[in-house]
Design a binder for this molecule. Structure first.
Ligand SMILES: [Zn+2]
Length: 443
């Protein structure tokens, strides 16, 4: 007996090639896949409702779930919020993640994933430590997760290639393929060229992808020029890191040459404008990236550098920051921004998701249109709807989140975990880790 969900009478924002919006639309989910999409009357004529869960989506928009393309599970949000990136990493982020144990990572992941699900995110590309704990949390709460370690040279006391290989062998493909494992490189300041080459060899050997921070800050670029005599993306290119299955996060300070290398290799970029702004890292050259034909998705980065996991906020930032800095209101129009947060992110990860199209993964969200955020709303006007999704909405507009054909949030209630328990345990874990973490003296 298959598990079927029929969503009817909704405003279906397909994000398909033709950018169709079906104003009285229906979507049929069968097990983990989308089985049909169309007008409500025609879909109901094709599919019996017998044995199906029927959701009446009148007054709601139906969208593909959002893909958070650069993500870290986070434990210490709001702690040492005033520091620039390098100092923040040394005195807060690294000490916290060096002190992590399974228990703390598990509860931090559940707290992180639960906020994402409540904001309509169905896939996270999560670089963190203790991957067994993250995979267990993802399996339990029901989110789609691409997990990677935080690999650095041994002297930095983070993860090794061997740690990531073990996690791959233990968890890649878990939960009906909902959990995947990539190879994660922290960033070039903590990596030798040999480590980068070995990471690419391991990824190719395992048949998986790579997740890395690239050109995030000016300090990173200077460090690369001093240590390697070249800019970060040039070093990564020479080591073979870049490629179709490489997610390069940030890419704020790309030279024209580096932009061309990203394009030549088909590297995927995660644009994280809120994090870049909060940490004072600058504004990525998004218009040039898109103009070059590079695939760009969106990420919140980590709750420590955002401080919210709400990808609707990131969408708004991804438009406004470029309009403000270039003095050009025509930039980053709403449908293009929604596309970055859905199908561009899915494409970057090689996932058959990010669109409401037959055969794609059953990752679907329902957005409540009966609120101030979406008022006024002209009926059957897709431009008006897209505008509200990007410029007026926040994650609390999401009513229902369905991942891999299973409802994981309904009426804004998480159905797979005890939300209050998750929050209590994440609080306790933070206090335990604070007691244990060792902050190095200033250099
Ligand atoms: Zn990051």
């Amino acid at each position: 007996m298959s598990n079927r969900i029929i969503i009817k009478n909704g405003c279906v924002v397909t994000m398909n090639d033709a950018a169709d919006v079906l104003f009285d639309g229906a979507v049929v989910l069968e097990d983990d896949k989308i089985a049909d999409v169309g007008g409500t009357a025609e879909v109901l004529a094709r599919h019996s409702t017998d044995g199906a869960r029927v959701i009446d989506a009148a007054g709601q928009a139906v969208l593909p779930g959002l893909v958070d393309l650069h993500y870290h599970t986070a434990l210490g949000k709001g702690w040492s919020d005033h520091l620039p990136l390098w100092e923040y990493l040394e005195t807060c982020w690294y000490p916290i993640i060096r002190a992590l144990d399974y228990e703390a990572a598990y509860w931090a992941a559940l707290a992180s994933y639960s906020e994402s699900i409540k904001c309509g995110v169905t896939t996270v590309n999560d670089m963190y430590r203790q991957l067994i704990a993250l995979a267990d949390a993802a399996e339990e709460i029901g989110i789609r997760a691409v997990l990677s370690n935080d690999i650095a040279d041994a002297e930095h006391d983070l993860d090794s290639l061997e740690d990531n290989k073990e996690a791959f062998q233990a968890k890649n493909g878990a939960a009906n393929g909902r959990v995947q494992v990539y190879i994660g490189i922290e960033w070039l300041p903590l990596a030798s060229e040999e480590l980068l080459r070995d990471a690419r060899l391991l990824a190719d050997d395992l048949g998986t992808g790579i997740h890395i921070h690239m050109n995030e800050s000016l300090t990173e670029v200077e460090n690369s020029k001093q240590r390697f005599g070249r800019r970060p993306t040039e070093v990564a290119y020479d080591a073979g890191i870049l490629g179709r299955n490489c997610i390069a996060a940030h890419c704020v300070w790309l030279s024209d040459t580096e932009l061309a290398l990203m394009r030549e290799t088909g590297t995927q970029i995660s644009h994280n404008p809120t994090s870049n702004a909060k940490l004072g890292n600058g504004i990525a050259r998004l218009p040039e990236m898109l103009g070059a034909g590079i695939n760009v998705g969106l990420g919140h980065d980590a709750a420590e550098c955002n401080n919210s996991r709400d990808l609707f906020e990131v969408m708004k930032f991804a438009s406004l920051i470029h309009r403000a800095s270039r003095v050009d209101a025509s930039l980053q129009q709403a449908p293009d921004v929604v596309r970055m947060a859905t199908r561009n992110g899915a494409d970057a990860l090689g996932l058959a998701a990010g669109q409401l199209v037959t055969g794609k993964k059953a990752d679907v969200i329902l957005v409540n249109l009966k609120s101030q955020m979406f008022t006024p709303l002209m009926p059957e006007n897709s431009a008006h709807l897209f505008s509200h999704l990007v410029f007026a909405a926040n994650g609390s507009c999401v009513d229902t989140t369905i991942i891999d054909g299973k409802i994981v949030m309904e009426d804004r209630q998480l159905v797979t975990v005890d939300e209050q328990k998750v929050l209590r345990e994440a609080n306790d874990a933070f206090r335990r880790i604070l007691d244990r973490m060792v902050v190095p003296p200033p250099a």
